[in-house]
Design a protein around this ligand. Structure first.
Ligand SMILES: Nc1nc2c(ncn2[C@@H]2O[C@H](COP(=O)(O)OP(=O)(O)OP(=O)(O)O)[C@@H](O)[C@H]2O)c(=O)[nH]1
Ligand SMILES: [Mg+2]
Length: 447
């Protein structure tokens, strides 16, 4: 009989304390985001435990009663899982982790873990783990490692404290670091590693800046950056606008690196589009800082396309989070176009029309569309091109018959609107960026 090998599901429960300052709506939105993040990590959430408290419990985040309730739930599930496994019941659910919707201290995590009887992951660790799994480029990997090490360092200390006197044994390996405890040694190793990674990042940043500068001097390029909350549809739009294959997935943080492609079909001026990492509420601080270089792309852009998932009930909060992050990195001065995406996903045709009308009143000049409708993507492309054509200037050039080999140069750097010729040569009416047109005028001044 063939044996079916199935990947075992991983189960988890979510737990959170609602502080008096947090509204029910905000609290629910944050919990459902944590569930989505957990899904991205491959967990199935089977229960949620919430508690209203004036503050977090200093020992173990949740109050004693709630901890006991979770422990009983975890134990009963695990016991029935063991029992059901014997009976080959596919419903067995061994709970692997409890996910906490806040960043908690190392000692709170250890205490909760001991009491509840399964691994505890706080919100920060969940996000760090996703970034760790998804980072592809050398720069992204280095940045995530720094953030992880920064998160791990105090937790190592906590682990050593709990391990008792052995954890503080003298190490003295190879004479080097003699007299240091394991924790001190580990801490030093972490510090050294962080410094090393930071050096690497500085070198990579310099390399990137040169590449970017080269890209800009070679031809003055107009650039657009797609920014917005994670899962808003940035990569889908990037695909539609540039005809490129970038990763699209219904998971949070599918994209962690910036990709740059030209608008397709090509336009005059040629426009570069970059896809960026998605934003989220309460992004671990270490990550905001370390992803600055990815967001830098947004700072360099001449236009930001702020993509918003109009079908998400919490889109207004997501919009605010993005605006706030953009302000923090100083990108709020860059011209911005708001693109409300996924309108096809907002109920039936009547609901969609109503939603669109509300958005248009509230955000004049916004774009309401679906990245799944090619005609609407084409319209957005046209709007982007129009934005860059606003600044273009027109001029008339003259090329004598003896210099016709230079025609290519004119066509390469601007748009030719009209060509007329007489017995002396050819007149070109051109439109292009002020700098290129000025250069051409100096070279090919009219006779
Ligand atoms: N119904 C509908 N789904 C869409 C639309 N645009 C994108 N999606 C879906 O939404 C999900 C997320 O899309 P992505 O393009 O990966 O989102 P993203 O903003 O790049 O996400 P991150 O990379 O995580 O920041 C995918 O499953 C897409 O297929 C749309 O206009 N309508
Ligand atoms: Mg993406």
């Amino acid at each position: 009989m063939p044996i079916e090998v199935r990947e075992k599901s991983r189960y988890a429960v979510v737990a959170a304390v609602q502080l008096p300052s947090v509204s029910d709506i905000e609290f629910e939105a944050s919990l459902s985001e944590l569930r989505e993040l957990a899904k991205t990590l491959g967990y199935e959430i089977i229960n949620t435990f919430v508690q209203k408290r004036a503050s977090f419990d200093t020992t173990a985040y949740l109050g004693f009663g709630k901890r006991q309730e979770i422990r009983r739930f975890v134990n009963s599930e695990t016991e029935s899982a063991e029992f059901e496994e014997i009976a080959a019941n596919p419903k067995s659910r061994d709970i692997d982790a409890i996910l906490v919707d806040h960043e908690i201290s190392p000692s709170q995590a250890r205490n909760l873990e001991k009491e509840v009887g399964c691994e505890v992951m706080d919100r920060t660790m969940v996000i760090l783990e996703i970034f760790h799994r998804n980072a592809r480029s050398r720069a992204a990997r280095a940045q995530v490692e720094i953030a992880r090490l920064g998160y791990m360092a105090p937790r190592l200390r906590e682990a050593a404290k709990l391990a008792g006197p052995q954890g503080r044994q003298r190490s003295g390996v190879g004479g080097r670091g003699g007299g240091e405890s394991h924790t001190e040694l580990d801490r030093r190793k972490i510090r050294d590693r962080i410094a090393e990674l930071q050096q690497e990042i500085i070198a990579m940043d310099a390399e990137r800046k040169t590449q970017r500068a080269r890209r800009q001097t070679r031809q003055k390029l107009a650039s657009v950056a797609l920014v917005g909350y994670t899962n808003a549809g940035k990569s889908t739009l990037m695909r539609g606008l540039t005809g490129s294959e970038v990763l699209v997935a219904n998971k949070l943080f599918a994209t962690l690196d910036t990709t740059v492609r030209a608008l397709y079909p090509e336009s005059m001026p040629r426009v570069l589009v970059s896809d960026t990492v998605g934003f989220i509420k309460n992004l671990p601080h270490g990550l905001v800082a370390s992803f600055k270089s990815t967001l830098d792309e947004a700072l360099d852009a001449s236009l930001l396309l702020h993509v918003i998932d109009a079908s998400d009930p919490g889109f207004e909060r997501q919009l605010e989070v993005t605006d706030q992050v953009l302000e923090e990195i100083g990108a709020d001065v860059v011209p911005r176009m708001r693109v409300f995406n996924k309108i096809d996903h907002v109920g039936d045709a009547t609901a969609q029309a109503k939603c669109e009308a509300v958005l248009r009143t509230q955000y004049p000049d916004c774009v309401v569309m679906s990245a799944r409708r090619p005609d609407e993507v084409a319209k957005l492309r046209q709007k982007i091109v129009a934005f860059f054509q606003q600044d273009l200037v027109e001029a008339e050039l003259f090329l004598p018959w003896s210099a016709q080999q230079l025609r290519g140069e004119i066509y390469a750097s601007c748009q030719v609107l009209e060509e007329r010729s007489n017995y002396e040569g050819v007149f070109f009416r051109v439109r292009g960026e002020p700098d290129s047109v000025k250069n051409l005028c100096e070279q090919f001044s009219q006779a």
